[in-house]
Every structure is written in structure tokens, then in C-alpha cells.
Design a protein around this ligand. Structure first.
Ligand code: WAQ
Ligand code: MG
Length: 247
């Protein structure tokens, strides 16, 4: 058995009652590690640069090992730009390479830049028309299959922050869906300015995507035309997934 553990915290009440999202995290762990990771998640919820939550949800579900699907980890590339506008221009050209329309790219940047009320999930944007699905989706039930391997993979690209680890795992699960053609993300944590674009089989780290100190960030998943939304949302939220690394 493996255990899905997830945390989300908010200020001003629960998310579903209009609380402001502070932080969240999700992992798949063995029974042996459950207590340790629960404690880590609680600590993270209580000490976050976005502030003190007054609502914390810690949820644990048992999952049969056999139901976990495997997807490959994306390869990693890092680009440091000299300004935010240059980083955004690079992000735009990467998304264009993924055949995402200019309309959709503009809609995505607009949505993320005006995310003053932080949401806990990602926006789904139609890659051809730029139409934005009204509900956000929080991806869950994913982790690295082998901790040493993902660590090695990140380390070999000189990134070992918790932010990179979690974002690479999330982006690998997301892009493994045949309905998702790319992703644009930067953190809402005021002290973290690196973001990424993922498409094909690469996670392109880009910095700086925003001003240091800004609490504005988020995620957009670009979806293909005719995507079966319910099926996609079930995969993102519920299908337990191991991200695997080779070499
Ligand atoms: N599912 C969907 N959306 C999510 C999830 C999730 N599990 N977790 C976070 N989000 C959305 C939500 O709107 C957050 O406010 C926003 O993304 C930012 O989340 O150096 O840390 O966890 O390799 O603050 C990129 C790392 C870090 C780049 C991104 O995002 C690198 C990051 P954060
Ligand atoms: Mg955050």
C-alpha cells in the first residue's frame, strides 16, 4: 500500500468559503514515512512566506500499489534572462513552439498576472481559442518513484530546491496527459521568482518571471481542442502517478 497525503491551507476560512490560498503540497508515501511527512506538511502550512493560515486541511488516503501509473520525468533546461520581460518573451516563444495560439498565450499571461486572489489550482486554457475554463484544477496523487533518482536528476541540472522538485513532478504528471500541450507557471511565493514552461518532454526553467516580493503567481495548463474535460480532470486530481527517472 501507498498513502496519498495532501495539504492545503488558507486564510479567511476554507478555500471553498472564499479563503485566500496560502500553500499546498501533495505526495505519495509509504506507511513508514507517513508520520514524518504529515509533520513536515503541517510545519510548512504553519510557516509560509505568504502568511499565517487559519484553515489547514491534511488529507490521507490509502492507495493500492497496483493502481499507480508510471510516467517519465521531463528533461530539464534552465535559462536566466536579464529581465522579466525578456523571460516572458522566451516563455512566449517556447509556447509558440508547442503550437499554442498567440491568443491563448496572451490569455494565460493575463490570467496569471491578475491572480491577486490566489487560487489553489491551475487554470485550463484552450490552446487554440484561448478560452478559459471557469474552474481551476488542483493536481494531486503524484510523487517521484525513487527519491534518489529524482534528486540525482535535479542535482545534475544544478537545481535542488524543494520548489524545483515539486514542480518537476507536477509538470511531468500534467504533460503525460495526451490532452495537455503545455504549461506556464510561476510561484505565488513572494521569495521565489523562477518559473517554467513545459512542453514536449522538457521542463524549461526561466527566471525571473516576476518581481521579488510579489505574491502573484499561478499555473495554466493549455488543453487541446476537443479535450474530454471530465476524463482529464479525473486524471489530474485522482490518478496516482509515479514519476520515473532514467539516468
Ligand atoms: N495543482 C494545480 N495547481 C497548483 C498546484 C497543484 N498541485 N500547486 C500549486 N498550484 C498553483 C496554485 O495556483 C499556486 O498558487 C501556484 O500554482 C503556484 O504554486 O526553480 O512553487 O507551489 O524549477 O507556489 C517553479 C519552480 C515553482 C521552478 C512553482 O509554485 C524551478 C511553485 P507554487
Ligand atoms: Mg506557493
Amino acid at each position: 500500500m501507498v498513502y496519498s497525503i495532501r495539504m492545503r491551507s488558507a486564510q479567511g476560512g476554507p478555500h471553498e468559503q472564499g479563503g485566500q490560498h496560502i500553500s499546498g503540497a501533495e505526495r505519495l508515501v509509504s506507511l513508514e514515512n507517513l508520520t514524518k511527512v504529515s509533520q513536515e506538511f503541517l510545519e510548512r502550512a504553519l510557516h509560509h512566506s505568504k502568511g499565517q493560515p487559519d484553515f489547514i486541511n491534511l488529507q490521507i488516503d490509502e492507495i493500492p500499489d497496483t493502481s499507480v501509473v508510471k510516467v517519465p520525468a521531463l528533461s530539464i533546461k534552465t535559462t536566466e534572462a536579464s529581465s522579466i520581460s525578456e523571460a516572458h518573451a522566451i516563455a512566449t516563444s517556447l509556447l509558440q513552439n508547442a503550437h499554442i495560439s498567440d491568443q491563448a498565450i496572451t490569455a494565460a499571461f493575463h490570467q496569471l498576472q491578475q491572480n491577486t486572489e490566489t487560487v489553489s489550482g491551475a487554470w485550463l486554457v484552450q490552446a487554440d481559442t484561448g478560452a478559459i475554463h471557469p474552474q481551476t484544477v488542483r493536481v494531486s496523487r503524484m510523487d517521484a518513484e525513487r527519491e534518489e533518482d529524482i534528486h540525482q536528476h535535479l542535482q545534475s541540472h544544478h537545481c535542488s530546491s524543494m520548489h524545483s522538485r515539486e514542480a518537476l513532478i507536477l509538470a511531468s504528471k500534467v504533460l503525460a496527459s495526451p490532452h495537455i500541450v503545455g504549461e506556464l507557471c510561476w510561484s505565488d511565493d513572494p521569495d521565489y521568482t523562477t518559473g517554467y514552461v513545459s512542453y514536449g518532454n522538457t521542463y524549461h526553467r526561466l527566471s525571473p518571471m516576476k518581481d521579488y516580493g510579489s505574491p502573484i503567481g499561478g499555473r495554466v495548463f493549455f488543453i487541446a481542442p476537443y479535450t474530454p474535460l471530465e476524463e482529464l480532470i479525473t486524471y489530474l486530481t485522482s490518478t496516482p502517478t509515479w514519476v520515473t527517472t532514467k539516468g
